[in-house]
Design a protein around this ligand. Structure first.
Ligand SMILES: [Cu+2]
Length: 428
C-alpha cells in the first residue's frame, strides 16, 4: 500500500487518497489476472473510520472508463452517496473528494456504482470499517471480503456471459477471500476473534460455514444486533455483511474449511464450495469477553403500522434486450418521493421465481416480517434477501437528508437489467 496516504488527526478529519486503475492482480501464487484495483490492490485498502469523525476521501479515476464510488451502508448526505443520480460520473483523469461523517459503527464497503457488472468483477471493492469509541475488542480481528471470479481458458477474467448472465447473475469458478483464491487463515487455539465479513460477489449467495463449528453472530449491516446468536451457518447475499465471534477452537493444527454451502436460487452453485481454510495455530491465552447484550434497538413501528408503499420486483421478456428485470413493471423505476419525517413501511414483493437481495441506499431498515413471519432477531439492515414469491415488510425512517436516493437488487446483473428504483427524499 505504498501509495496510500493516510494522515489521521484524532477527533479532526481522517483522510485517505484512493486511486482506481488497472492492476495485475495475483489471485493465486503465480496466477495473475489483469483487473482493476484501488491503490494497486484487490481488495482496495481497508478504510478505517471513526464513528462521528469526519472522513475525507480524495478519489482519482485512472481507469480507462468513467466511474463513481458508492459508500455502501453509510448514512451520509445524498450528494455523497456516490451514484449516477447524485453526481456526474468521474471521468478518466478526474479527481473527486468525498466528505462525510460516518454516523454508525460497523462493517461497510465501497465499490463503483457505474458499469458495476464489469468494474466489481475486475476487482474494484474494499472494506470500510467504522469503529466506535468503545469498540468491542476480542483476541483479534479479521476482515474477510468474499468474492468469486470467472476465469476463461487462458486463466484471465472471462468475458460477460450474455443473456444467461443477465438472467442468472455472474457466478465464478474461482473463490476468493481478500482477493486471494482459497487462502488459509490462522487462529490460535483458545482464542476468540471478531470477524467482519463482506460479500462482494456479483451474484453468489454465500451460505457460510466454518467447518460446521458454531460461531456467534454479533452484527449485520448496521452494526451490532441486540444479543449474540449462536449459529453454524449464515447466509450472505451479495452486498451483505455480518460480524461474527469465531472460536475458541481446541485442536492445534486442525484445518477447517471456510465453505459455501449449497443454495438454490434457480441458478448458481449446486454443491459445497470451498472459499478457504482456517488453521488452528498454537494455543494462546484469551482475554476475550463477548457480552450477553450488545446494544438496544428500539422498534421503529408497532405491529399495526400501515404499509405506505409496495415495491414489486419483477421480470419481463423484452424483444430488444431478451429480458428485463423491473420494479413495479418499469426498468429503472421512478418511484414517488418520500417526505423527511414520514415513517416508511414498505412491502417488498418478489414476483419472480429467483431470490433477489434488496438494497436500500443511505438508510437502515428493520425487517418487520418475511411472508408474515417475524425475523428471529431485530437488526438494522441495508440488504435483505427477498425469497421467490415472498414479501418482506420493512420499516425505515427518512431523517433529514434530502436528495435523490435509490434501492436495487444487489445481484449486479439484475440491477443493470433494470431492477432498481430512484426516489427523492424531500422536506415537506
Ligand atoms: Cu435480483
Amino acid at each position: 500500500m505504498s501509495n496510500l496516504d493516510r494522515s489521521s488527526q484524532p477527533g479532526r478529519v481522517i483522510r485517505y487518497r484512493l486511486e482506481a486503475g488497472e492492476v495485475d492482480w495475483e489471485i493465486a501464487p503465480g496466477h495473475t489476472v489483469r483487473g482493476y484495483g484501488f491503490n494497486g490492490q484487490v481488495p482496495g485498502p481497508v478504510l478505517e473510520a471513526k464513528q462521528g469523525v469526519p472522513l475525507e476521501i480524495e478519489f482519482t479515476n485512472r481507469l480507462p472508463e468513467p466511474t463513481v464510488i458508492h459508500w455502501h451502508g453509510l448514512r451520509i448526505p445524498a450528494e455523497m452517496d456516490g451514484t449516477e443520480v447524485v453526481q456526474r460520473l468521474i471521468q478518466p483523469g478526474e479527481t473527486f473528494t468525498y466528505r462525510f461523517t460516518p454516523p454508525d459503527a460497523g462493517t461497510f464497503w465501497y465499490h463503483p456504482h457505474a458499469n458495476e457488472t464489469e468494474q466489481l468483477e475486475k476487482g474494484l471493492y474494499g472494506a470500510l470499517i467504522v469503529r466506535a469509541a468503545d469498540e468491542l475488542a476480542l483476541d483479534g480481528e479479521k476482515i474477510l471480503v468474499f468474492d468469486d471470479l470467472r476465469t476463461d481458458k487462458r486463466g484471465q477474467i472471462a468475458k460477460f456471459g450474455g443473456l444467461k448472465d443477465r438472467h442468472n447473475g455472474r457466478e465464478g469458478n474461482v473463490r476468493l477471500i481478500n482477493g486471494r483464491s482459497e487462502p488459509e487463515l490462522a487462529i490460535a487455539a483458545g482464542q476468540i476473534e471478531r470477524w467482519r465479513i463482506v460479500n462482494a460477489s456479483s451474484a453468489r449467495y454465500v451460505r457460510l460455514s466454518l467447518g460446521g463449528v458454531p460461531f456467534q453472530i454479533l452484527g449485520t449491516d448496521g452494526g451490532f444486533i441486540e444479543a449474540p446468536v449462536s449459529a453454524e451457518e449464515v447466509l450472505l447475499p451479495p452486498g451483505d455483511r455480518v460480524e461474527l465471534a469465531v472460536g475458541p477452537f481446541d485442536k492445534e493444527g486442525e484445518l477447517l474449511d471456510i465453505a459455501d454451502l449449497p443454495y438454490y436460487r434457480l441458478a448458481g452453485k449446486k454443491g459445497v464450495e470451498r472459499f478457504g481454510a482456517i488453521r488452528i495455530a498454537p494455543r494462546q491465552p484469551s482475554t476475550a469477553h463477548v457480552p450477553e447484550r450488545l446494544r438496544e434497538i428500539a422498534p421503529l413501528v408497532t405491529d399495526t403500522a400501515k404499509v405506505t408503499r409496495t415495491v414489486t420486483l419483477g421480470f419481463k421478456m423484452s424483444l430488444r434486450r431478451g429480458l428485463d428485470f423491473v420494479v413495479n413493471g418499469e426498468r429503472h423505476h421512478h418511484d414517488k418521493p418520500v417526505n423527511v419525517g414520514d415513517m416508511q413501511v414498505w412491502d417488498v414483493v418478489n414476483a419472480t421465481m429467483m431470490d433477489h437481495p434488496f438494497h436500500l441506499h443511505g438508510f437502515f431498515f428493520q425487517v418487520l416480517e418475511i411472508d408474515g413471519n417475524k425475523p428471529a432477531w431485530r437488526s438494522l439492515e441495508d440488504v435483505i434477501n427477498v425469497p421467490p414469491k415472498a414479501t418482506v415488510r420493512i420499516a425505515w425512517y427518512p431523517d433529514d437528508r434530502p436528495g435523490m436516493w435509490m434501492y436495487h437488487c444487489h445481484i449486479l446483473e439484475h440491477h443493470a437489467a433494470g431492477m432498481m428504483g430512484h426516489f427523492e427524499v424531500k422536506r415537506p
